[in-house]
Ligand binder design. Sequence first.
Ligand SMILES: CCCCCCCCCC(=O)SCCNC(=O)CCNC(=O)[C@H](O)C(C)(C)COP(=O)(O)OP(=O)(O)OC[C@H]1O[C@@H](n2cnc3c(N)ncnc32)[C@H](O)[C@@H]1OP(=O)(O)O
Length: 157
Amino acid sequence: MTTSDDAFQDHYPENVAQCYGCGRLNEHGHRIRTCWDGDETVTRFRPEPYHTSVPGFAYGGLIASLIDCHSTGSAAAAMYRQAGRDMDSQPPFRFVTGSLHVDFLKPTPLECELELRGQIKEIKGRKVVVTTSVLADGVVTARGEVVAVQMPDSFGS
Ligand SMILES: CCCCCCCCCC(=O)SCCNC(=O)CCNC(=O)[C@H](O)C(C)(C)COP(=O)(O)OP(=O)(O)OC[C@H]1O[C@@H](n2cnc3c(N)ncnc32)[C@H](O)[C@@H]1OP(=O)(O)O
């Protein structure tokens, strides 16, 4: 059963909840939490001092990984929403990253809670395209686009 306080990632089954970006069971990872806000998806994340690039600013790889996992989680949620299904229902929709594009528009400050806002650009077959903006104090510092593809049963084999 899904409640309004749940994050999408709360519904990932244990066997796919170890992802460095979004797995709630990875104690070393970002453990992001993403929710709907109307037709947009939102993640809030506060970088740690060790996420530094240039002193005072966040490492670009961190920004990219936040966009990545925010977007794949958004893709899954969008598929459930389109199907009118609860995120705990079967069969599961699980997405991996096919492509990840990031534009770094401004330096992203480190000592600031970041807000990621995603929009579902396209749903086609097993593919969902998500655009995600990263905001620091309301200013967009990076934009990304992710092609998320439903994980095939043959994944990794
Ligand atoms: C999973 C549960 C959640 C927890 C994990 C969250 C993951 C967080 C993010 C990650 O880090 S995932 C890890 C990094 N990603 C990977 O390791 C994926 C490796 N690649 C693959 O396994 C396959 O290439 C992939 C599943 C992405 C696609 O292979 P398929 O054989 O399923 O794709 P297919 O050829 O059937 O194409 C389906 C659609 O996706 C599109 N597509 C596939 N690969 C693409 C690509 N690389 N770029 C853009 N589009 C792509 C393809 O064009 C097509 O669109 P159209 O229907 O419009 O024609």
